[in-house]
Design a protein around this ligand. Sequence first.
Ligand code: UDP
Length: 328
Amino acid sequence: MKRTLITGAAGFLGSHLCDRFIAEGHEVFAMDNLITGDLKNIEHLFPLENFTFYNHDVTNFVHVPGKLDYILHFASPASPIDYLKIPIQTLKVGALGTHNLLGLAKEKGARFMIASTSEIYGDPLVHPQTEEYYGNVNTIGPRGVYDEAKRFQESITMAYHRFHGLDTRIVRIFNTYGPRMRLNDGRVIPAFMGQALRGEDLTVFGDGSQTRSFCYVDDEIEGIYRLLMSDYTHPVNIGNPNEITIKDFAEEIIKLTGTDQKIIYKPLPKDDPMQRQPDITKAKEILGWEPKVGREEGMRKTFEYFKGLSKEDLEKTEHRDFTTHNKK
Ligand code: UDP
């Protein structure tokens, strides 16, 4: 039986990865310190014999007894609200956490994958973004703690690959959505869905002309799994190239949810990327992967999930601190 360690296991992507690796017959060691993760996302796995949960902060020394075949480092705050609230932890989990886990991978002879991100491209000047683009990142802006941690994570992973011969994979994840997103993480999809369900107006930041390209979680997990199982060691974009402006997206959500609320406009957060779309030529060629779930179907499934949350969960919302925003 393959033995696989997944960090950030109680989070959105981490919990879906746990499900996938359990389904593939692995023994899964799930690690999370629950700062942003939620045990509800993985509690259905606790009765399984081949599932073990460690409540551990990977910025401290990490130990897992016995052999490990795969390590997937998916622990990190992943929303602009979180970066502002816990900036030091965001830097530490990307830097110190990655270093600890690389050490563990080396010790165990395990294949190592890091969750990188489209944020390493910053506010991109090249469109769509190919893996060859070096990015346009403000190191000292509010997103810098995440973007630079992720850039460092890629560098140290390649250093272990080149210097120690470690078997490594780097996935650059673009905006992904689906069930188990945290309702109060401030990102656009949970924000809009929460607002629609609470009967509030939808808050579009800036004039809404900025674009994103949203990938349904099942597609994302399939791409990640294929990359891990491939022999390709350079970064690969995994995301859905179907691009939309945030204003048009808000209108889609109003239609989907049937809310009679309207759009209201708020200041654009500082360093908010104006456009984002993955070039997935590499993923297509190397992994034979491309997304299959369209936005309408994916959003419908996601809305079903949010509709199922308790009233109490729905009220636990947080609002962005606009003091760090650009005046626009
Ligand atoms: N956004 C918005 N209203 C919200 C939350 C986000 O208009 O209530 C915008 C945000 O400014 C950004 C886009 O939606 O342009 C996506 O934001 P998110 O935080 O989901 O992810 P990002 O891709 O910026 O990391």
